[in-house]
Write a protein that binds this ligand. Structure first.
Ligand code: SF4
Length: 374
């Protein structure tokens, strides 16, 4: 096995790393130490893995250097619960990644969720998404996807997030990543191989060991990818960015609906549910005056009713920083929800957050690029 810039040590599972080291006559127990150094100690380089002899550290630094993306810009929301990073990759391309912190609530324990990018730019051109307006640059490697999680894990380890007592829960702190969502820049199922490899690395029991149930793949509806995901042994969560109750409306904001129509998408979701027995989350960005009327809620409910308890709708009022769209008011959101609830469709509203740091994917990179060009 040859390691290259495109396939470095962070692109390997523990078994692959052991194989690569064995080819160089480096004993198996060293593989375990190195993998644990990356994902348990969270070492930034081989010198941070102190159990390794100095000569081996030097050898590995030469033959298998670790490249971690460089933090170009770091923004924190005013409530200190959302952090966004602009990262520069080895070829100079910029990507965004975000950490969202949630205190314990009636829904469960506190969470630290990383919203991970899987591509630089995106080929799918959704009109409400800043990344979609950039066009596609390239797929990220598995290592570049993994690195986003590791960067935030190091930050939290170094400086745990402290939350105050609230809603009957005592004050506490979170010092590790609890969830990841492949929902940043890019379409993960368009970069299937590297996205899944990254999830396997993060799930690896020898290292980070984040449970598959704490990982979510979010797609605009790449049907071949959904079919492939249904057969994966790794039981991650699936979220579909639906955003419209019918195909004619969906096409207006999501060009992908021309290629994979909504009825075909629903068939793929039904097959996925049948094969995995798992619930699918349908993300629905609420755009005031466009897809938030009562008739849209009725149509959405009737489309999802057949999936019964296997469908959950996550309503997301569009980010207020969006140039062309505005979020509905609270009463319209409540009316939309009431229709879904009455029809027996499970639903929730994602609390808007991070407006003051442009948390929607692609906005930070767009600003940075504009600044550089001005
Ligand atoms: S919403 Fe996702 S798939 Fe659509 S353009 Fe943005 S990054 Fe791409």
């Amino acid at each position: 096995m040859i390691l290259t810039q495109e396939r470095g040590p962070l692109d390997l599972t523990s078994a692959e790393l052991a194989e690569w080291l064995a080819e160089r006559n480096i004993p198996k127990y060293r593989a375990k130490q190195i993998f644990q150094g990356f994902y348990k100690t969270l070492a930034a380089d081989y010198d941070g893995i102190s159990v390794l002899p100095k000569a081996l550290r030097e050898e590995l630094t030469n033959i298998a250097p670790i490249f971690t993306p460089v933090i170009v810009r770091e923004l924190r929301s005013s409530d200190n619960r959302t952090m966004k990073l602009l990262l520069r990759l080895r070829d100079g391309r910029l990507i965004e990644t975000a950490l969202m912190l949630y205190p314990p609530s009636q829904y469960g324990r506190g969470r630290a969720t990383v919203c991970v990018s899987t591509q630089a730019g995106c080929a799918f051109g959704c009109t409400f998404c800043a990344t979609g307006q950039m066009g596609f640059d390239r797929h990220l490697t598995a290592g570049e996807i993994v690195a986003q999680i590791i960067i935030f894990a190091r930050m939290l380890r170094h400086e745990p997030w402290k939350y105050p007592a609230a809603m009957g829960f005592p004050a506490g702190e979170i010092d590790h990543i609890t969830n990841i969502v492949l929902m940043g820049m890019g379409e993960p199922l368009h970069n299937y191989t590297h996205s899944l490899q990254a999830l396997h690395i993060i799930n690896d029991p020898e290292g980070f060991h984040l449970g598959a149930r704490h990982m979510t793949v979010s797609t605009v509806g790449v049907i071949p990818g959904i079919e492939r995901l249904a057969k994966e042994p790794l039981q991650v969560n699936l979220a579909i960015s639906l955003h419209a109750p019918n195909n004619a409306m969906r096409i207006k904001t999501m060009p992908v609906a021309r290629k994979w129509r909504m009825d075909e998408l629903m068939t793929a979701c039904r097959a996925y549910i049948q094969s995995t027995g798992r619930q699918v989350t349908f993300e629905y960005v609420l755009l005031a005056g466009i897809n938030d009327a009562k008739e849209h809620a009725i149509e959405l409910a009737s489309r999802l009713q057949g999936l019964k308890q296997f469908a959950h709708v996550n309503l997301i009022p569009v980010n207020a920083t969006s140039a062309e769209y505005r979020p509905p008011n609270g009463a319209d959101i409540a009316a939309f929800r009431a229709i879904l609830t009455k029809a027996g469709v499970s639903n929730s509203v994602r609390a808007e957050r991070g407006d003051d740091i442009a948390a929607s994917c692609g906005q930070l990179r767009t600003r940075e690029t504009a600044l550089r060009q001005s």
